[in-house]
Design a protein around this ligand. Structure first.
Ligand code: AMP
Length: 445
């Protein structure tokens, strides 16, 4: 399969060659011909699958083949709604790169940046608008943005937009876009709200799915390290000090916690920066640039801020805290092991987070491998056992005694292995096969 066979125009093929893309990813192979044919598409794909090009390439081609209507400044003919500023910048940059041999304007708008430059951009004329819903509504209310020429609408990371409470804003935006348009919706998950949105606003969408919902790429090794909450930072520093990994993305729970953790890592002699929603756009971009350029080795981020970060070849992700929403575990881990590269993800799990680990396992329908790092044994067991996989019998009744991790006890089968948080641990993963979703099995199995 090549990009030529998907029916893409020479100007796009040239841009792809400039970018070094030779083979379409599965979501691109599936979605590009459908979008070119004018179909509404419901794409089940998460970040890292090449979904931006999957909708971006045919979108650029369709706009390049058409013509802006009327006189005066050009009004957006394509609108891409995204949840975060970072994703807006990333999608905008990707579209500019793919469309570099076409003469189409790509404008990106999001909150936290000045209104006036965005108003000026609308006055100059826009072909493709990449926008966060809230700021777009501001422009619609002021009359600076007009959506009556939109032919193609993309909802990117729709699940995340709904998580962030953008549903009312999205509905208001959708009501300003002509009904006679093509709609593409991309989402990592298809919960009922997403399905309802698709039913309401799409016309006979064709669903394309690159991986089952909530699955982790086979090339990613992921495991949990039980540890007492107050000792997490120490364990993190220990892992970072012993590992020869170049770049590490660390997830924290709160904005304040991320800031503090980054400061503590710096105090421990590591180059670390934090990125979260409280920082100005300029500060977030600066932190991201420092990380991307390798000036900072560790990026500490919240889920929302990390959404849309495009960091190629990230070898290691560490969850300093488990996410509150199980699906975010998959999103976080998807930051590593992109496009078939191998990757590793470690979660520091305190006894208080055992329920979050259980939720993750229930979602993955598999246990997460657990390893206690010697010297960091938790004082209480992290009871991660759950029985989510026996579909016929349903979940285990609550009164049944659970076999959890026991650092100093039995049974042998439920006893996690001890590991050193050093380079050895990294190397030892080969012996455990590739797909780590089913690491430590339920001992009843
Ligand atoms: P996305 O899922 O759109 O965020 O893309 C993830 C990464 O894959 C980005 O760094 C893209 O530049 C890259 N990418 C997308 N499509 C291809 C392709 N066909 N070949 C190689 N890299 C790609």
């Amino acid at each position: 399969m090549t990009f030529e066979t998907l029916g893409l125009a020479p100007a796009l093929l040239r841009a792809l060659a400039d970018n070094g893309y030779t083979t379409p990813t599965p979501i691109q192979a599936d979605a590009i011909p459908l979008v070119l044919a004018g179909q509404d598409v419901l794409g089940g794909a998460q970040t890292g699958t090449g979904k931006t090009a999957a909708f971006g390439l045919p979108l650029l081609q369709k706009l390049a083949e058409g013509k802006p209507a009327g006189n005066g400044p050009r009004k957006p003919r394509a609108l891409i709604l995204v949840p975060t500023r970072e994703l807006a910048v990333q999608v905008g940059d990707s579209l500019k790169a793919y469309g570099r041999h076409l003469r189409l304007n790509v404008t990106t708008i999001f909150g936290g940046a000045g209104m006036q430059p965005q108003i000026d951009a609308f006055r100059r004329g826009v072909d493709i608008l990449v926008a966060c819903p809230g700021r777009l509504l501001d422009h619609l209310e002021r009359g600076s943005a007009k959506l009556d020429a939109v032919e193609l609408l993309v909802l990117d990371e729709a699940d995340r937009m709904l998580d962030m409470g953008f549903l009312p804003a999205i509905k208001r935006v959708l009501n300003r876009v002509p009904a006679n348009r093509q709609t593409l919706l991309f989402s990592a998950t298809f919960e009922s709200q997403i399905k309802a949105l698709a039913l309401e606003f799409m016309r006979n969408p064709v669903q394309v799915q690159v991986a089952a919902n909530n699955t982790i790429a086979e090339t990613i090794v992921h495991r949990a390290h039980p540890v007492d909450g107050p000792r997490k930072r120490e364990l993190l520093i220990d892992i970072l000090a012993k590992r020869h990994t170049e770049q590490v993305l660390v997830f924290g729970k709160t904005k304040h916690g991320c800031n503090r953790l980054a400061e503590q890592l710096v105090e421990a002699g590591l180059s670390a920066v934090a990125i979260h929603g409280n920082k100005s756009q300029a500060a977030r971009q600066r932190a991201l640039n420092e990380f991307k350029s390798g000036k900072a080795r560790v990026l500490v981020a919240t889920d929302v801020a990390a959404r849309g970060l495009d960091i190629p070849n990230l070898p290691l992700v560490i969850n300093h805290d488990l996410p509150m929403v199980a699906e975010d575990y998959v999103h976080r881990i998807g930051r590593t092991g992109r496009n078939g590269a191998s990757g590793e993800a470690l979660s520091l799990v305190s006894p208080d987070e055992a329920h979050l680990l259980r939720q993750i396992q229930r979602m993955l329908k598999a246990d997460v491998e657990t390893e206690v790092v010697r010297g960091f044994e938790p004082t209480r067991a992290v009871r991660s056992d759950s029985a989510p996989f026996d579909q016929k019998r349903g979940p285990r009744p609550p009164q049944r005694p659970q076999r959890g991790h026991r650092p100093h006890g039995k049974p042998a089968q439920a006893q996690p292995r001890h590991a050193h948080a050093g380079p050895k641990q990294h190397g030892s993963r080969d012996g455990r096969g590739n797909n780590k979703q089913g690491g430590r099995r339920d001992s009843r199995a």
